[in-house]
Write a protein that binds this ligand. Sequence first.
Ligand code: ASP
Ligand code: MG
Length: 411
Amino acid sequence: MALIVQKFGGTSVGTVERIEQVAEKVKKFREGGDDIVVVVSAMSGETNRLIDLAKQISEQPVPRELDVMVSTGEQVTIALLSMALIKRGVPAVSYTGNQVRILTDSAHNKARILQIDDHKIRADLKAGRVVVVAGFQGVDEHGNITTLGRGGSDTTGVALAAALKADECQIYTDVDGVYTTDPRVVPQAQRLDKITFEEMLEMASLGSKVLQIRSVEFAGKYNVPLRVLHSFQEGPGTLITLDEEESMEQPIISGIAFNRDEAKLTIRGVPDIPGVAFKILGPISAANIEVDMIVQNVAHDNTTDFTFTVHRNDYQNALRVLEQTASEIGAREVIGDTKIAKVSIVGVGMRSHAGVASRMFEALAKETINIQMISTSEIKVSVVIEEKYLELAVRALHTAFELDAPTRQGE
Ligand code: ASP
Ligand code: MG
């Protein structure tokens, strides 16, 4: 008999009919003999509606009071789901974060889980009950309700699975798993059976929005096997685990991630002296702007060029800061470009394979796509290219790394 934590997101509990469907599903699992803890989000749109209400009172709602309010979304769904289970003859009980005692710090609207008391849950499971827990919320040491940040129910699910040492944490959502890339860009994208935490983190941070990033970090840290599944379709989903299986069929690249969220800034003709990188990036970080890729050119005539990327939302701000720096250090000019995109190939398989980067560059060269910046890590190669070539690049790489699904007969 296994202990499974099942998390259902907002769309999966978006209507009463859907909540009934989720209850049917949970019932089947329960009848299979497993112990089940269910974590639910608020009904889809509800958290937004609540935040909206708060903003009608004040543009910047008091964080503590906002938490009191937005936590009600999940309180509604836990009660409805428990009722639906009980109606079906499945003993069930619902708990808010406070009732379980999901202890968090006091950082309202973005709290972190510190500890979970598993006593009540264990007793209920022992008594044969399904336990339904509100996602996204906890309580601080003073008894204040806290929430974990948008999408935080994933983290609740994983944290509960870790605390209970569950066999698996299943995240039910509106897609049937994690794909090699966005199927809207590459119709031949395939569902992955398996992916490692490390790869998933890279994919997630690069814009594949299946799971909240923090939940993946958490799952990796505590080694909680995570599975992404479709709420209302049968299928194995995608398992996210620690192990990198050494198999012949293991692809070198697991997926291709991309985003259009970044902008590029270049400061040219910078005097090539010690401390210059710090002089450039110090004020940027002091302005709370996060820098992603960085390239410094080899110096020529005692000056160098320095290029980095930031989030597009920070572009104007970064430009202002950099222009100020340029005049202070006597750099020649500052130029910027917001029409860039970042494309990355991700895979633990590249650790043991040489020539992965060159294969990537070859595929881009064949499409005459110019590479503006490159960065690498142990399991990732990223390039910055002109935004208008993004889709072409992703398709070309998907084919070059043999990720395309075999075409079915007649297609
Ligand atoms: N209801 C919260 C939100 O919409 C938490 C979640 O859905 O995971 O962000
Ligand atoms: Mg959600």
